[in-house]
Design a protein around this ligand. Structure first.
Ligand SMILES: Cc1cc2nc3c(=O)[nH]c(=O)nc-3n(C[C@H](O)[C@H](O)[C@H](O)COP(=O)(O)O)c2cc1C
Length: 184
């Protein structure tokens, strides 16, 4: 039985632990993207682009991340990161156009974030969890080079890890009375 949209929105959580060696099918991710891009988007600029990351590219990212960790925290930390990152089953990159027009760029980034949430909710409904990451590696110039992204014209919105949840964390949010003023 399919969940209601209210349940999907409320129950979706960022997943930090995925079932090892179980990568959801590529077709499912393609469907999620096809649905995800029906997000609101001022002037319908469609500023998004996706890279579905295969094992070879994943390994390059893991190595780059480990190299950055080694510089910052030493070899031991880098080894731990490398092992942990290699266990993450699914990898997807979302980037956004940069036009140079400040308002358009803000709105385009906002539209990409809506796409990201659509993707996440679509997949959650299919039993697939996601984690949106914007760690240092995603801002590194070698990362941009790996995907052929020119930082003058494109920005990384997020690197999305996905897979079947091993553990679903508890979420917390402020209550309605803390965030809502009802005006006369
Ligand atoms: C733009 C953006 C960037 C994020 N980057 C990271 C990240 O780098 N590492 C991380 O652990 N979580 C990241 N997250 C996920 C948040 O930590 C997560 O959404 C938050 O803890 C709330 O948990 P929930 O998604 O389960 O409700 C990011 C979320 C967004 C929207």
């Amino acid at each position: 039985m399919s969940s209601s949209i209210a349940d999907i929105i409320k129950n979706r959580r960022t997943i930090h632990q995925f079932k090892a060696n179980e990568r959801p099918p590529v077709e499912l991710i393609q469907q999620a993207i096809e649905h995800g891009i029906w997000a609101p988007n001022h002037h319908t600029t469609q500023p998004w682009h996706f890279h579905l990351i295969g094992p070879e590219t994943k390994e390059h990212i893991c190595q780059l991340n480990a190299a950055l960790a080694a510089e910052k925290k030493g070899e031991k930390a880098a080894e731990i990161k490398l092992r942990r990152w290699r266990e993450i089953p699914g990898w997807l990159l979302l980037s956004c156009d940069i036009s140079g027009d400040e308002l358009r760029d803000q709105e385009d980034y906002a539209a990409c974030c809506c796409v990201a949430q659509n993707l996440s909710l679509y997949l959650w409904d299919k039993g697939v969890g996601m984690k949106w990451t914007t760690g240092a590696v995603t801002r590194n110039e070698r990362f941009y080079e790996m995907f052929g992204l020119d930082p003058e014209y494109r920005q990384v919105v997020g690197l999305f890890w996905y897979g079947y949840p091993e553990e679903i964390p508890q979420g917390t949010r402020l209550t309605l009375s803390e965030i809502l003023d009802i005006l006369p």
